[in-house]
Design a protein around this ligand. Structure first.
Ligand SMILES: NC(=O)c1ccc[n+]([C@@H]2O[C@H](COP(=O)([O-])OP(=O)(O)OC[C@H]3O[C@@H](n4cnc5c(N)ncnc54)[C@H](OP(=O)(O)O)[C@@H]3O)[C@@H](O)[C@H]2O)c1
Length: 242
């Protein structure tokens, strides 16, 4: 079995790459911090493939993704994990330009390349990492929330396309709550370790689940976030950022 993890240098992506290798997958790993990819490669027991990818450079990303898939040959699974986000109280464009570039434009560019590759190959599994934050908008991270909402809606759309056109391609939307990584910058409320998150993500991948909340308790929170009135959500959202 072969898998690609986009954004495997740190946090959730790195933990996913490790658990895939432990379970026998050859793994393609990407990111900008090449030294972290090199160090991860030494930790993986199976064959691995390294590719530099900066999702802000969309043309280069498309080419690099095609090259990686070509080098690896048949590929069973692609996890599009790269993501970024900011608390952007002062609405500084450079911050959310990056969020849009990585979480929306880069994500979509990769998903299109992978979809076409899997259609030609005749099978495959695409996994995207959205977020609980994608359910509703938070005051100072509205772009991050919207970008994660996009990920979930996009994944639903391509799943329907694959069903409509009878492609044997599974699509899984992973919605984490809080995982202890650089992205959440020391947040302490209900955080899971990246290893625990990766274990549950791998379980969802094996079962080809359409949607999985990570950790599982966030399914209940997601249900509540969808149901409560906006004013109540506003009150509690001060605790729940990213
Ligand atoms: N941690 C949480 O609580 C949480 C909750 C919900 C959703 N998520 C989502 O989980 C995913 C992983 O995040 P994480 O928490 O593990 O944070 P992280 O440790 O900061 O990892 C982010 C990953 O994205 C990559 N990335 C960032 N900017 C990139 C760019 N311009 N081009 C290519 N890759 C880029 C990083 O690689 P390089 O910097 O090396 O390029 C890194 O591998 C993200 O999509 C995030 O939105 C996280």
């Amino acid at each position: 079995m072969k898998a690609v993890v986009i954004g495997a240098t740190s946090g959730i992506g790195r933990a996913i790459a490790k658990i895939l290798a432990v379970n026998g997958y050859e793994v393609g790993i990407t990111g900008r911090r090449m030294e972290l990819l090199e160090s991860l490669k030494t930790e993986l027991k199976t064959k691995s493939y390294i590719k530099f990818m900066d999702l802000m450079q969309v043309g280069n990303t498309i080419n690099a993704m095609k090259e990686l898939l070509y080098e690896m040959g048949p590929v069973d699974l692609v996890v599009i994990n790269s993501g970024t986000g900011y608390i952007n109280e002062n609405m500084e464009w450079y911050k959310d330009n990056e969020t849009i570039g990585v979480n929306i434009t880069g994500f979509t560019a990769i998903a299109f390349v992978v979809s076409k590759f899997f259609m030609k190959q005749g099978y495959g599994h695409i996994v995207g990492i959205s977020s609980i934050a994608g359910i509703r908008g938070y005051a100072d991270s509205s772009v991050y929330c919207a970008s994660k909402s996009y990920v979930s809606t996009f994944l639903q759309g391509i799943r329907h396309k694959f069903v409509k056109e009878r492609h044997n391609i599974a699509v899984t939307d992973i919605a984490p709550g809080f995982v202890d990584t650089a992205l959440v910058r020391g947040h302490k409320f209900w955080v899971a370790t990246p290893e625990k998150a990766a274990k549950q993500i791998f379980s969802a991948i094996k079962r080809k689940k359409r949607k999985a909340y990570i950790t599982k308790r966030w399914r209940l929170i997601a249900w509540a976030i969808k149901l409560i009135p906006d004013s109540v959500f506003y009150f509690f959202s001060k605790m729940l950022i990213l």
